[in-house]
Write a protein that binds this ligand. Structure first.
Ligand SMILES: Cc1cc2nc3c(=O)[nH]c(=O)nc-3n(C[C@H](O)[C@H](O)[C@H](O)COP(=O)(O)OP(=O)(O)OC[C@H]3O[C@@H](n4cnc5c(N)ncnc54)[C@H](O)[C@@H]3O)c2cc1C
Length: 271
């Protein structure tokens, strides 16, 4: 079990991983893929000290290689849930499961507002992970709202286990509402009703409080103190997910502070 699991492989997460390694801690960075990082989308970054005009893609790649060279482990996948377990945390990543001594959330900015009914029916018909929850929907009629690259593959998996899948991507519909009573019974997509028993919402990211239930937010951002500690002991956060300004330098700085605080937390816990 690594000392820390960092969720998110952008500048905040990679900076945290580097600092953890510098302090002799083991760390696994869970990353949904470099294209999910906002930095990847920046054509030119003019305000990162020492590297004027660097492309976001090159800067991200240099940061990733640096963290890997220092011994950080990288696990490709989407973390779909995290929870306190015994003296540490458990993190589900697709069909993988990780244990960790502490958690650092560096998930970037959330992918917009949840759809109506999404939060209400989470765990009662709404799922963020076909691999994790698919078996519960065997032989049932489900909808997949595919908003990330892995979505088509996840839909194929659901079909392979006998689900009747209604697949939606950005070209097929834009507005969704999930309805039901005790559990989901219906998806409304661009005004058309589809009777379904499950809705798989597949995005690159998962809202932080859906990822880790009970996590306190403030204005949609993860609430942190000056040490980048979140509201749950042993959980730290850094980067865009803690709020504005959305800047690489802020993400890197907060990642460093979060990691140093995590080291202190781990060392105190051990003694
Ligand atoms: C077009 C554009 C241009 C920009 N230009 C500049 C600039 O010139 N200068 C500047 O300072 N800033 C710029 N920014 C902002 C900068 O890119 C961000 O502030 C920075 O990338 C934030 O880093 P982060 O690590 O917090 O988040 P991100 O870089 O967004 O990384 C978050 C990572 O977490 C991953 N993730 C999320 N949820 C999960 C999950 N559940 N499981 C696994 N992985 C997950 C995402 O896929 C992503 O890879 C720009 C942003 C954009 C979009």
């Amino acid at each position: 079990m690594p000392d820390a699991v960092v969720i998110g492989g952008g500048p905040a997460g990679l900076s945290a991983a580097l600092t953890l390694r510098a302090r002799g801690k083991t760390v696994t960075v869970v990353s949904a893929g470099e294209t999910g990082s906002h930095l990847y989308k920046a054509e030119r970054v003019e305000n990162y000290p020492g590297l004027p005009g660097v492309s976001g893609k090159d800067l991200l790649s240099a940061m990733t290689n640096h963290a890997l060279a220092q011994g950080a482990e990288l696990l490709h996948g989407r973390a779909t849930s995290a929870m306190p377990m015994g003296k540490g945390f458990g993190v589900a990543v697709g069909s993988d499961y990780l244990d960790a001594g502490c958690l650092i959330l560096t998930v970037g900015v959330s992918m917009g507002k949840p759809y109506p009914g999404e939060t209400e029916f989470l765990g009662r018909g709404v799922s963020y992970c076909a691999t994790c929850d698919g078996m519960m929907y065997r032989s049932k009629h489900v909808a997949v709202i595919g908003l990330c690259n892995a979505a088509a593959e996840e839909a194929a998996f659901l079909r392979s286990i006998g689900c009747q899948v209604e697949y939606f991507d950005k070209a097929r519909a834009k507005q969704y509402e999930i309805r039901g009573s005790q559990t989901v019974t219906e998806l409304i997509a661009d005004g058309v009703s589809y009777p379904v028993q499950g809705v798989f919402l597949l995005r690159d990211g998962v809202a932080p409080d859906a990822l880790l239930p009970g996590l306190a937010l403030e204005g949609g951002a993860i609430r942190v103190d000056g040490n980048m500690a979140a509201s749950i002991p042993g959980v730290f956060a850094a980067g865009d997910c803690t709020g504005t300004p959305y800047q690489v330098a802020k993400a890197v700085g907060e990642g460093n502070i979060a990691a140093l605080s995590a080291v202190k937390y781990l060392d105190t816990k051990e003694n």
